[in-house]
Design a binder for this molecule. Structure first.
Ligand code: ADP
Ligand code: MG
Length: 348
């Protein structure tokens, strides 16, 4: 075993895949998770099941590790910051403070003259009525949303009356973009001007949940270069260490917009496990644990399909796969509608 002990917050599929990547280097992995059934417990050395505000358990976790990383961005900033006072948390907590909040995130992106959709803060119903030029739009909670949760499409003023929106929360109203495509760029930053960048991945969503990812993306040279440039610039400006993902929109006039930044490994990058010499997970571990950086090489084009809800059952029962196909079961005990249960990557 190497002498590094790595703490990972979150024990879902991303935490599992990070753990598997770390075990390749014999790193000791301690996972902290609020779900007693988190699948990462199948792979890690130690699994601490407790809530994210259980101070005693958090202290115990921090004692056991040399450094800490995480699989999801919604851990309270305060918790990360306190952990960071005793052991390094990477990427650093200030990154999360920006990205956890959709307004702070978009303000940050716009600071570098990088395009986003137009948006405004909505704190009460009457704010919405004054924002007609942002319609049609999507109203989103400013914090804690994922997989389209906490989002309301609003076409016109009549919709505002019909929707039963809980205004005890704060929202952002984003103008709807006439989407031609969605792409994502995954970048691992090791330090000042030191990166490995994956080529843009083309993504298709169903019900606002990622369903298909594919490389190469069917985009112009211009969009390819611009998206990689913006993703690395944002990583540099955040002084990011590890793997992050920038989600982009491409509109019908081929304009590129940043949709959002994920300060973590990303679902669209699952195909990197089979299609590249180093996966997004391994690169994250290499960057946060200060291991060697190896030049990235694509081994094959690929497409990935997410197995959502009952999609998984067929693959669990009848795993006849071609040689170029790789099935991943996240080993989640309960099959739920809209829950990401596994994925299938096909090299093409
Ligand atoms: P989440 O945090 O749930 O991933 P996103 O902001 O990425 O939220 O929205 C989920 C999906 O909804 C996007 O990938 C896109 O398909 C659609 N969407 C969100 N915002 C817009 C927008 N302003 N214009 C067009 N489509 C959007
Ligand atoms: Mg998204």
């Amino acid at each position: 075993m190497s002498n590094i002990s790595l703490g990972i917050i979150g024990g879902g599929q991303l935490g599992s895949m990070l753990t598997v990547a770390a075990k390749k280097f014999d790193i000791k992995v301690v996972v902290y998770c609020d779900d007693k059934d988190g699948p990462a417990q199948n792979f890690c050395d130690e699994y601490i099941h407790a809530s994210y505000n259980d101070q005693n358990k958090i202290n115990e976790f921090v004692q056991k590790v040399d450094l800490i990383t995480y699989e999801f961005e919604n851990i309270p900033y305060q918790t990360l910051n306190e952990m960071n006072n005793s052991k390094p948390v990477l990427p650093k907590p200030s990154v999360n403070r920006i990205i956890q909040h959709r307004i702070a995130e978009k303000d940050f992106v716009n600071k570098f003259n990088i395009r986003t959709t137009r948006y405004a803060v909505v704190e009460k119903k009457s704010d919405l009525e004054a924002l007609g030029d942002l319609l049609p739009g999507i109203l989103k909670t400013t914090t804690l949303g994922y997989d389209g949760k906490g989002q309301y499409p609003i076409k016109s003023h009549e919709d505002i009356e019909k929707l039963n929106i809980d205004f005890s929360k704060e929202y952002i109203l984003e103008r709807l973009i006439k989407l031609k495509q969605e792409i994502s760029v995954i970048v691992t930053r090791f330090g000042v001007n030191s990166y490995e960048v994956y080529e843009p991945i083309e993504n298709k969503h169903e019900d606002q949940i990622l369903k298909y990812s594919e490389i190469p993306a069917n985009i112009s040279e211009n969009i390819l270069n611009q998206s990689k440039e913006w993703a690395t610039l944002l990583a540099e400006e955040l002084k990011y260490v590890g793997t992050m993902c920038v989600e982009f929109f491409v509109d019908r006039n081929d304009n590129l917009y940043v949709n959002e930044i994920a300060p973590r490994v990303h679902n669209s990058g699952h195909l990197t496990i089979n299609a590249f010499n180093v996966s997004q997970f391994e690169n994250h571990i290499r960057a946060v644990c200060k291991l060697d950086r190896i030049p990235l090489k694509k081994l094959s084009n690929a497409k990935m399909i997410n197995l959502i809800g009952e999609d998984i059952l067929h693959y669990r029962q009848n795993p006849t796969l071609e040689k170029n196909q790789f099935f991943f079961d996240y080993l989640k005990k309960e099959v739920k509608k809209k829950r990401k249960m596994g994925h299938l990557t096909t090299l093409i």
